[in-house]
Every structure is written in C-alpha cells, then in structure tokens.
Design a protein around this ligand. Structure first.
Ligand code: SIN
Length: 362
C-alpha cells in the first residue's frame, strides 16, 4: 500500500527539480538557434511520486505527466525548444510488444519532421535496456534518440530525474549525438542502447556497459564522447516495424542447478516461435534440458543459446554443437536483449544461418 502524498504535487515536484543550479545554457548551443527536442514520456520512476521526500522505495511509478516533467525543469527551455507527448504512462515492467511497436512508430514519425532535431524518451528503468535496443534496431534516422529514467521518484530528496532529463535533452539536441544510435543518458554517463544494462536494483549509478565501457560523459552542459558503438543500428538496420501490429512470440528459459524441461515444454506448447536459453556459464545445457531443446528445434522453434553470466561472448560450437543441433548463439547479447533481436529476426527469416549472422551484425 502507498500512503497519500503529504504536499501538493506541483510544489513538491518544483522543489525537487529546482534544487539544481543548472541555469547556464550549453555553450555550444548558446550562439545559435536552440534545437527542437521532443520528449516522449512513458512513465516509470522519473514520473513517480512517493509518500514523502524520504521515500525511495515503495513509491508509485508513472504518476506525473509529460507537461509536469517539463514544467518542473525550467532550465530545459534554456538549452532547447522542448515539446512533449505522452504515448504511454506505465511502470516499465508492464511494457508489451505492442507498446514497443507503438513507440517505435511514433519516434520514426516525430524524427521525420524537419522541425525536430532529436527525441528524448522518459522511461522506467526496469526494462529500459530492452526498449533502448528495440529502438536502436527499428528507428531509421540519424537524429539523436536518448532514453532516460531515474532511480529516485520525483518527490525524493536529491531526485535524479531532473538532472538526468536536463542532460538527456542537451544530448538529444547535440550534433555530437547524431548517427550514434539510441543512447541512454543517466548519472552523467552516456551508454549505447545495444550494450547498456541495469546492474543494481536501486542505486543511481545502475546503468552500465560492463567490460566494454560507456561511450562518454555528460559534463558542464555538454556531451563528451570517447568511444563509438560498432554494431549496426538505426539507419543501417533492416528491421521495419512500421506496418506491424504484433511480433513473433519469443520466450526466455533460465538455466540453474537441478533444472528441468517443464518451463520449456510449456512455452513450446503455448506457441513460442523462439526460445532464448539463458544458460549457465558459456550457455551450457544440462542433460535434463538437452532433449527438450532438440525436440523444440525439430518442431521449428528457433533456439538461441545466451548466458545468465552477464558478460562475454557465447562461443558458437563451444558448449554445444550448434552446427549439428542447428542452434544460434547470442554473441554478447544478454537474454532480454537477445529476445528483442530474435523477435525482429523472425519477422524476416527462419533460416538459422541468417539469424546467426544477424546476431553477429546488430
Ligand atoms: C519502472 O521501471 O517503471 C519502475 C522502476 C524505475 O523506473 O526505476
């Protein structure tokens, strides 16, 4: 149960957001015309409210609308011409394939407008990495797309939403972000949509690109890039979802000691077209599960071996004879991102050689 807020929403938000002294305009932008950045708000903790300023867990996500988010950070107007829309208002654990399709279509439409320079999407952090990768593969524009969330609700002491939103808008309006794919800007850091993952349940520095590293920093009202994503994305991606109303069913099963085939059999019976196996180690499969995966493949289900480890390449023909079994490996994609790519791959082909190539390309 969540207690009622003790202060009116508007004053609580303004107090939280205006505690940042961010009045200086970005130097690079100050000389010219301000970029037009459209904020597409979808809910999450960045739009969440708690019972008090010290409530940082047990709050309610997705309460503040896009106008409230924009109004609460007046500094935004100094760095961009900002307008907003509200395509979704959800806690991100509820995001669906239909929501991703809707969001992708809207981002493509908005970016096609000549008066728009970039898009910011405010999003819950729980599935933010999946949305980032989905858009990285389905938005066909070089204009910046920046996804941002917050780990503390808007009503909390030191809420991270205002500074994160401010930085995201600067990044989305910057020339430096053009052509770099979907970016995630939080906690003063810039990460690539394909690579970023949530690494901590609750701390503000949760979004990281383990081992491969972030792309750069947001500092002093400007982006500073040091690396580039090499995998193909956005305008180089072939996945066109503009006319789609659904995506193929792809599910994830998890490897663990003493595991069994019950979940896999249930998914196959329920119509799964693809299974991501979040395997132990390098995608190793227990003897209890091996026959079930092979049977699923013989029934036409595409099997992708991923790993629950969180880092590293799943080696093709390493812990399983993928050539013989006709399996695909996820390369470095974690299971939830591998699910995104397999859903999109299945809209194009069921040829496992072609799907494997996609996992090495995107
Ligand atoms: C959500 O993902 O919507 C809730 C959690 C968060 O945004 O941090």
């Amino acid at each position: 149960m969540f207690a009622k807020r003790s202060r009116p929403l508007a004053s609580t938000l303004l107090a939280a957001f205006c505690s940042f002294g961010l009045l200086a305009a970005a130097p690079a932008l100050a000389a010219g015309k301000l970029p037009h950045v459209v904020i597409l708000a979808t809910g999450g903790t960045i739009a969440g409210t708690g019972a008090s300023s010290t409530t940082t867990v047990g709050y309610t996500a997705a309460k503040v609308g896009v106008d409230g988010l924009i109004a609460a950070v007046p500094e935004l107007q100094k760095v961009a011409h900002v307008t907003g829309e509200q395509p979704l208002q959800i806690a991100s654990e509820n995001i669906t394939n239909a929501d991703w399709l809707k969001l992708s279509k809207r981002v493509n439409e908005v970016l096609a407008r000549p008066d728009v320079d970039g898009v910011v999407i405010t999003h819950g952090t729980d599935t933010l990495e999946e949305t980032a990768y989905f858009l990285d593969l389905t938005v066909h524009s070089d204009k910046p797309v920046v996804i941002v969330g917050a780990m503390r609700p808007s009503t909390a002491i030191s809420a991270d939403g205002p500074i994160n939103l401010y930085n995201a808008v600067i990044l989305a309006g910057s020339k430096e972000a053009v052509g770099k794919g979907v970016l995630v800007a939080m906690n003063d850091q810039i990460n690539a949509g394909r690579e970023v993952t949530k690494t901590n349940t609750s701390t503000a520095d949760t979004f990281k690109t383990p081992e491969l590293g972030m792309l750069g920093y947001m500092q002093d009202n400007a982006p500073h890039f040091y690396r580039l994503p090499l995998r193909k994305h956005t305008s180089q991606s072939p996945f066109d979802v503009s006319h789609m109303t659904s995506l193929p069913q792809v599910d994830i099963i998890y490897g663990y000691g003493n595991d069994n085939r019950i979940a896999l059999d249930a998914f196959v019976k329920a119509g799964s077209k693809g299974i991501i196996y979040a395997g132990v180690g390098d995608g190793s499969i227990s003897d209890a599960l091996k026959p079930a995966l092979q049977e699923a493949r013989k029934q036409g289900v595409i099997i992708v071996r991923s790993s629950r480890v969180g880092n590293g390449i799943v080696a093709r023909n390493g812990e399983a004879n993928d050539d013989k079994l006709d399996y695909v490996v996820s390369d470095t994609l974690n299971p939830q991102k591998a699910r995104i790519l397999l859903m999109l791959a299945l809209t194009k082909t069921h040829d496992t050689k072609k799907i494997q190539q996609m996992f090495y390309t995107y």
